[in-house]
Design a protein around this ligand. Structure first.
Ligand SMILES: [Zn+2]
Length: 420
């Protein structure tokens, strides 16, 4: 049966920032079948959901995360990236297996759905388990095997990872960082990526110490290493992009490389400020991510949107920097473009995937609404999410998860956490 969401304030998320008041959206199968004034859209035979004037917006897209790290939430707080990794890497090596990934990612998807997010670009281990779990729960996961310059929990070496990829190619090649891989290893990954025309993501220029480390090892900064390896460009997503020179900002713009800005993680690890407005002005695509829930410490893109806007303003001393419409685009339309799915999601329009969120019309924080886009970025929180559809599947219904047994997932996560 089709579903009609009636009496909605629809923030379409399109390039013109179109907002429709008193509107109806009809969902048929995976996609949006109709959208327009409630009086003029045919809803015969539809299951009716009354938004009661509440805001409906495109579901949020997480452009950088390590979702299953929900399992390590809170085990390595109040330290910088280097000290964080020194705690996390041994834990991952000792404790992770396929079952743990299934638990961690289920918990992450539960949290993401309840925070209005239905898609992520993920970097972690056992991606086949992650993808299978995500599909069963109704979450869209963009990911692939992760390459890193030492034995990882799911892959003994880069050679093994390359062999596996050749036997069973993925849409994405994921590399950890220029500080955890040699130039030779990155070259092998770049070759793999090019031959399979795969999309690519990697951590880059996150901290000053990382940049110094890469300079000492290679004589180049991280962006230079990636450029020389042929790893920048339209189908590449760099996570963080905090420590960039003016030339590097221009290069990322000229190559149309995407940057996944992760403001919460960057602040918590005291990594620095991403130059979002400079990157946008240079022509780069800037999307929004949470980073892993061990460093951020949640998967809340409403917080990420607000922090991105506030960071850009305080960092530039300009209150007009990174307005609400631009920040919402980073979490929706630009995120879809960065992930290569901009022709099917990220905007509410007919024919696109029905990936959308209904916010609570009776939330005190969302009344009155002078500007719906501003309300989403500066006032809404995940507590206001009442309905979520993911490719036409209702995954949050009246504030409750519809596809996940949350109590069972939490129980399994607690058993895992006891071993940390
Ligand atoms: Zn990360």
């Amino acid at each position: 049966m089709n579903t009609a969401i009636i009496n909605a304030t629809v923030v379409t998320g399109d390039e013109d920032n179109t907002v429709l008041f008193g509107a109806t959206i009809v969902i048929s199968g995976n996609s949006i079948d109709a959208i327009g004034p409630t009086a003029s859209v045919n809803t015969d035979g539809c299951d009716i959901v009354d938004a009661r004037g509440g805001i409906v917006h495109p579901a949020l897209i997480n452009a950088h995360s390590h979702l299953a790290m929900t399992l390590f939430r809170g085990v390595a707080d109040d330290r910088n990236l280097e000290a964080f990794l020194a705690r996390i890497f041994p834990l991952e090596a000792a404790l992770l297996d396929e079952s743990a990934i299934r638990t961690g990612i289920s918990l992450a998807i539960a949290e993401s759905f309840l925070a209005g997010s239905v898609r992520a670009l993920d970097m972690y281990f056992w991606p086949e388990v992650a993808v299978e779990t995500a599909a069963s729960l109704g979450f869209s996961l963009n990911t692939g095997p992760t390459f890193i310059g030492f034995p990882s929990p799911d892959t003994a070496s880069i050679a093994v990872g390359l062999e596996r990829f050749e036997a069973s190619p993925w849409e994405w090649v994921v590399a950890h960082g220029t500080y955890t891989m040699t130039e030779e290893e990155l070259g092998l990954v770049a070759d793999l990526r090019q031959r399979h025309e795969a999309r690519f993501t990697i951590h880059a220029a996150e901290t000053e110490a990382e940049v110094q480390d890469v300079v000492e090892k290679t004589g180049k900064r991280p962006i230079g290493v990636l450029h020389d390896a042929g790893l920048l460009g339209l189908t590449s997503v760099l996570a963080h992009g905090v420590w960039l020179t003016n030339d590097e900002v221009a290069l990322l713009g000229a190559t149309r490389t995407a940057v996944a800005h992760c403001p919460l993680s960057n602040m918590k690890l005291a990594s620095g400020f991403c130059r979002v407005t400079d990157l946008l002005a240079a022509g780069a695509t800037v999307a929004l991510g949470t980073d892993g829930p061990a460093s951020s410490n949640d998967l809340d893109l409403y917080q990420a949107m607000r922090m991105a806007a506030l960071m850009a303003k305080v960092n530039s001393g300009d209150a007009t920097a990174l307005p609400a419409s631009e920040v919402l685009a980073m979490a929706t339309r630009h995120g879809a473009a960065a992930l290569g799915v901009g022709d099917s999601t990220g905007v509410l329009k007919v024919g696109f995937d029905a990936d959308l969120v209904v916010l609570d019309a009776s939330s005190p924080a969302l009344n009155p609404v002078h500007d719906p886009v501003s309300a989403i970025v500066y006032a809404a929180s995940r507590a206001d999410v009442v309905e979520v559809w993911s490719r036409g599947r209702r995954v949050v219904e009246r504030g409750q998860l519809a596809t996940i047994d949350l109590a069972a997932v939490i129980e399994a996560a607690k058993v895992f956490a006891a071993r940390c």
